[in-house]
Design a protein around this ligand. Sequence first.
Ligand code: SF4
Length: 211
Amino acid sequence: MGRICVDDDFEKLQGDLERYKERALNLGASRARIVKVSEIPVDEVITLKCQIPRCFGYGTCAHCPPHTLKPAELREHLKKYNWAVFFTRDVAPQVIVRDKATIKERVSAYQDVFNIVSEVESMAFYDGYYLAFGFAAGSCKHTFCGQQESCIALEGKKCRFALRARPSMEAVGIDVYKMAAEAGWDIYPIGSNAKAAEVPKGVLAGIVIVK
Ligand code: SF4
């Protein structure tokens, strides 16, 4: 456990960010990079895509729009941070497309991303970056509570997966496609009608805002 970090030790921070990047890779990320928070694109039009056409997750849980953090709120919070670790995880085409035959593998792939985010966030927290927080991919309703009737957090009860569940990057307005493309990483627009044979590869992403 590290002491609480309030000073600006740039060298130590860069070393720690490298460790978080490595940890993400060791936990199953396909690629990871340290990013400046000022370069994270946050835009209301990303959450517009949750509504038009309406996503099956829209409004179904506490971590999806319209219930979660709004892009404008996130932009304000991010002004207080400088560094983050962004990663993607490759997923086989037949798993990423909406096919009932691979639903278990798909849920598992999304859970992997939530796990990487919560592990790296926790590591940063216990290193002394106590304000670290992260976002994963997809809806926690379908990733963790798919067999449940409803999200109990929306009823004012404790989330069934309080430490692991969190909003997706896209749910709070982060342009994931743009971030991945700007990093030089291949990513494809996979919608509800995508066929595995036409998809070069599936990609899920997560991010931990460290300090
Ligand atoms: S109870 Fe389930 S659906 Fe609701 S916020 Fe928690 S993980 Fe998500």
